[in-house]
Ligand binder design. Structure first.
Ligand code: HEM
Length: 328
């Protein structure tokens, strides 16, 4: 009887321990409610001020968060600088065109002043990406907080980032590894409604698609007239000129990315690849003709999923003092 009693207590206690463990390890929207209650206001105020001077930084903040989450999870590893013994993520080829690091540091410094040693760089970046979309006239959503910062950043691990030359099978695989499905893929690709690309990322489609390197070697799935337009901006040797990814509306978060994809005028082969699967194709074509609120809702949901990839919580990682260097 006594034995049974102990057993019963144990059986009820084990799930309790599990629950405590789980609770500690979870993100929550009110994570800083006691330790830094104004965190969201501080980030938003800074974002309004940064974007009022440099509106073209909205897209880089969103991209920074994506590149953070896809490599080692959303742990701020993309923000770390190289050291003498280690080449960090942000020096790897896919990350060389990332921008906005100084602004992340600026927002983090404001938070350090208001609530020292409390808010992680990973959370700062997640909030900045969310506000960047909203300030570009896109949707907003509740962000769960409590991410901790990683201490490791390895350039070679950026191989996990999808390249602009990827086909749909590759994209599906690279998203699936991160727990994101086909719908997340098409919806999150919609982020390319804002921002620019440099000629380096698209010139393969214009001059050297299969390695023959001549004027006929173009991506056959890129609209012919658009090729001419892009060529007038990007010479074969140009790697730096910036091209609007969603011409005419590259500062506004809207549906026009889907119009570009449908017309085979998107910047990357990976965008075009969305037309090669019946589900993603149907999503693109549906949103050429409206349903903006549905896209906004979907985008918010997929961003929440992306923001949860591989997060460090509880006593994992640390709260960095400065986003570019680990604490000593
Ligand atoms: C689906 C696979 C994806 C591929 C292959 C891809 C590739 C790229 C490339 C090559 C650039 C241009 C870089 C440059 O030359 O400056 C770019 C820009 C951008 N990407 Fe993606 N991307 C993908 C998905 C995403 C996702 C999921 C997001 C965010 C949720 C995102 C957000 C952005 C933004 C906002 C820019 C513009 C950045 C700027 O203006 O500086 N991308 N992407």
């Amino acid at each position: 009887m006594a034995k049974n009693g102990i057993l019963a207590v144990l059986i009820t206690m084990v799930p309790c321990f599990l629950l405590v463990g789980l609770t500690r390890a979870q993100l929550s929207v009110d994570y800083y409610s006691k330790t830094c209650p104004n965190v969201e206001d501080i980030v938003r105020k800074e974002m309004i001020s940064i974007l009022s001077v440099a509106p073209s930084l909205a897209a880089p903040f969103l991209r920074l968060h994506f590149h953070d989450c896809f490599v080692r999870g959303c742990d701020g590893s993309v923000l770390l600088n190289s050291t003498k013994d280690n080449k960090a993520e942000n020096e790897a080829p896919p990350n060389r065109s990332l921008r906005g690091f100084g602004s992340v540091e600026r927002v983090k410094a404001k938070l350090e002043k208001a609530c020292p040693n409390t808010v992680s760089c990973a959370d700062v970046l997640t909030l900045m990406a969310r506000d960047a979309v909203w300030l570009s006239k896109g949707p907003t959503w509740p962000v769960s907080l409590g991410r901790r910062d990683g201490r490791i950043s390895i350039a070679d691990e950026t191989m996990q980032l999808p390249p602009p030359t990827a086909n749909l099978t590759q994209l599906i695989q690279m998203f699936a590894v991160k727990g994101l499905d086909l719908k997340d893929l098409v919806v999150l690709s919609g982020a390319h409604t804002i921002g620019t690309t440099d000629c380096a990322a698209i010139k393969g489609r214009l001059y050297n698609f299969t390695g023959q390197n001549n004027l006929n070697d173009v991506d056959p799935f890129l609209d012919r007239n658009y090729i001419a337009k892009l060529r007038s901006k990007c010479s074969p040797t140009d790697t730096t000129t910036l091209i609007e990814m969603d011409p005419g509306s590259y500062k506004t978060f809207d549906l026009s990315y889907f119009k570009q994809v449908a017309k085979r005028r998107s910047a990357f082969h990976s965008d075009w690849a969305l037309l090669t699967d019946s589900f993603t194709r149907a999503y693109v074509l549906k949103h050429v003709n409206g349903f903006e609120s549905e896209f906004f809702q979907d985008f918010a949901e997929s961003m929440i999923k992306m923001g949860n990839i591989g997060v460090l919580t509880g006593d994992q990682g640390e709260i960095r003092k400065k986003c570019s260097i680990v604490n000593y």
